[in-house]
Design a protein around this ligand. Sequence first.
Ligand code: ADP
Length: 615
Amino acid sequence: MKEQRGTFRTIIQFAQDCKLKFILSVVFAVISVAGGLVPYVGVYQMILLFFEGSPSPDVILFWSGISALGYGLKLIFYGISTTLSHQSAYQILENIRFAIAQSLMSAPLGEVQSHPSGRIKNIIVDRVETIELPLAHMIPEGISNLLLPAAVFLYLIAIDWRLALAALICIPLGAAVYGVMMKNYNTQYAAYMEASNRVNSVIVEYIGGIQVIKAFNRSSGSYEKFADAVDSFKQFTLNWYQSTWKLMNLGGAVLPSTLLGILPMGMLLYLDGSLTPAELTLGMILSMSITAPVAWFTVAVNDWKSIEYAVKDINELLTLPSLPDTARNVPLSSYEVKLENVSFAYNKDGGDVLHDINIRLQEGSFNALVGPSGGGKSTIARLIARFWDVNGGSITIGGTDVRKMPLAQLARMISYVTQDTYLFNCSLLENIRLGRPGASDQEVMAAAEAAQCGEFISRLEGGWSTMAGEAGGKLSGGERQRIAIARAILKNAPIVILDEATAFTDPENENKLQNSIAMLTKGKTLLVIAHRLSTIKHADQIILIHQGIITASGTQQELLEGSRMYLDMWRAHIGAKKWAATGKKVTEADSTEALDIGAGGSVDADRRKGVMAGA
Ligand code: ADP
C-alpha cells in the first residue's frame, strides 16, 4: 500500500508544476491588499482637511485620485491573482485526475473492480471538482483576508494601541460562540458526508437498475427507497442546520461587530483628549474594514473541511497498490506459456481459487480450458495476462516470469478477447483501431471485414464514423463481439486468449466468423475457454478444471476415455445440440459418435475453425 498523505501535502504534491503561478498569485494578492489600503489613507487625509477647516477642491481631488488609483490597483491585482490561482487550481485538478488514472492503470484489476464504477466516477469527476472552488479562492482571498486586518490593526496601533485592542474585542466573543457551535463539527461533518454518500449510492442504484425496475414493475417499491434516502438526507441536513442556526447567527452578528469595542473606547479616549476627532473617525472607518475578512474565516474553515474530505476520497484511489513493473523489454526465446504450481486467491479471506496449477501451452498450439462454471478458467486466463499476480508458483512466457517483463511488453504479446466487449465513446473505426493504434484506416477496415463487421457497420447511418455511444444500443451482443475480434485481428499478437469470446454469435454469421477466428489464431499460442465442447474437440490439449484443480488433461480422445466428468459433459453437450436440432433425447450412440469425433486429423486452420462457435 502506498503512503497516505495529509490534505496539505497531497495538494502541494500536485502543485509542483504551477509553483510559480502560486507564488505570483500570492505576490499580486499582497499588492492588491496594499492597494486596498490606499483609499483609507486618502479618506484620512480628506477628513483631516475638513477638521482643519481648509478643504480646497484641488487637494480633495488629489486625494480622491490617489484613493481611486489605490482602489483600481486593488481590483486589477486581485483579478490577476485570482486568475493565476484559478489556473493553478485547475492544473492541480488535472494532475490529480491523471494521477488517479495512472494509479487505476497500474493497480491489479481486482483492486480496481473492488471499487464500484459509480464511486470511481464520483471521485474522479465530482470529488476532485469539489476542491477547485475553495482552492482557487483560498490564496487571493486568504491573503487579503489575513493581511488586510493585520495591516489595519497596525494602522490602528499607530493611531492608539488601546483603540486597536478595543477593535478586537468582538473576536474572542464571536470565537467563543462559534466554538460552542462547532463543538461536534467533526463528527457532524463526518455524518453529513456519510449521509451524502448513502444518498448518492441509492441514486446510482436506482438509475442503474431502472431497466430491471421497469421490467419487474417494481417502480413504486424502488421509488420509495429512493425517496426515503433523499428525504432522510434532507432531514439530516435540516436537523444539523436547526441545531446550529441560533449560534451561527449570534456568532455572525458578534464577530464582525468591531464597533462594539471601538465606539465606547474611542469616545473615552476622545474625551480624555488622547484622540482627535479625525483619528476617532478614521479608527471607526478602519475597524469596519476588518469585519468582512473576519467573517470569511468561518467560511474558510468549512471550505477546508470539504477539501479535507475530498482529498481523503482521492487518496483512496491514489494509494491503490500497484503491480510491480519493469522498464527494460525482455528478449523471449518463444511464445510458450507455462504455469508452474500456480495458486491464487482473489482475497485473503475467500480462500484459494486455484490450487497448484501446472499447464504448458506450447508455442503455436491450440489449448482449451473446460469445466463447470466457477472452476477458475477465466482466472487462469486473467493471470496469464497479469491482471493479477499469482500468490504462489509462477507464470512464464518463453521462459521469463511475467512479473519480470514490462507490463507494456506483456500487453503487446497477448490478445485477450472476452465475452463482454467494452466500446469506448468514439467512432467504431477508432474502437477497432484500439487493437493497434498506429494502424491505417485501410488496415482497420480490413480487420473489421475479416471479423465480419463490415456488413453491420454499413447498415448504420454514420457507417464507420458512427459513435459507439449512438451505435451501442443498436449493436447486438454478437456484433460487439465481432468488434472485439476485429481488434484482436488488427493487434495480431502471438498469444491469443479467447474467453467465451464468441458466445453471443448469431448462427448466420457463425461460419464466416469461424474463418476469421481461424485466421486470427493461425500459428499463435491459443488458449480458448469454451462451453460448447464440439468447438474445441480438435484442440492439441484440453484441460479440465474443477474447483480450481486440474482434474484431467489431454486430447479429446484421451479425455473421453480417461475422464468420467469430461465424458458426462460431452454427452450433455451433444445431447443439448441434438435436442436443439431434433427435439430428441441423447442416446448411447451419440456418445459413441462423440468418441469418434476426435479421431480425425485435420489441418491447423480447420481445427481452429470450430473455436469461435463455442468459445
Ligand atoms: P470460470 O471461468 O471457471 O467460470 P472464474 O475463474 O470466473 O471461473 O471464477 C473462479 C472463482 O473465483 C469463482 O468462485 C468466482 O466466484 C471467483 N471470482 C471470480 N472473479 C472474482 C473476483 N473479481 N473477485 C473475487 N472472486 C472472484
